[in-house]
Design a binder for this molecule. Sequence first.
Ligand SMILES: Cc1cc2nc3c(=O)[nH]c(=O)nc-3n(C[C@H](O)[C@H](O)[C@H](O)COP(=O)(O)O)c2cc1C
Length: 222
Amino acid sequence: MPVNKAFSELERAAVYRAIAERRDVRRGFLSRPLPDELLQRLLAAAHSAPSVGLMQPSRFIVIRDLAKRRAVHDIFKEANAKAAAIYEGAQGDQYAALKLEGILEAPQNICIVCDTQNERGHKLGRQTMPETAAYSTVCAVQNLWLAARAEEVGVGWVSILDPIRLRAILEIPDHILPVAYLCIGYVDQFASEPELERSGWEKRVPLETTVCYDVYSEGSKS
Ligand SMILES: Cc1cc2nc3c(=O)[nH]c(=O)nc-3n(C[C@H](O)[C@H](O)[C@H](O)COP(=O)(O)O)c2cc1C
């Protein structure tokens, strides 16, 4: 059955608003856990993301257990200390002051993994670009992130983790690829700019420096 009912002006504005006001959240999580129905809505949004060949390779590990989150937090601290070591002087001080995760503050975390070898989709679209399985999981992450913003729920992506140690903690088998480790929970506010911009670490670039036509060109002024 085709669904071709046009979005109202308000609905359209809401979609763009969720996109513009989505933030990576690492602080300010409230201790109240997300109700199950809300979590299910967010997971359903993620699960309805596009996927190569309709493979639907994403799997969602919801982590509420404090001992598990502490174990992940420990490997974050280790990875972050190693990451910090490449920066020197003022940049080193600036890196050390960044808050780059909310693993323990958020009452739940979600690890989104990809079953890259799954036969679903019969390899359609994956023969030339096998990495599209993982890209499909990234689409699921973004769906969840946007839906969460509309529900006043903050999400922060933590990639400063040794994937081998993460696999061990969460019992992720070798053929399953960990894609995103997310801290997720209610927040009472969202920042208007990315935290890395507010802290002076990096700035967003204007759209026109990222677009070229017909052929690739190094037009970026960033
Ligand atoms: C693949 C990926 C990995 C990221 N890893 C981290 C991370 O480890 N720690 C962190 O604080 N933010 C992480 N972020 C968040 C980015 O820093 C953030 O998206 C960016 O600064 C723009 O801010 P915004 O999401 O609020 O617009 C990650 C984002 C992506 C897409």
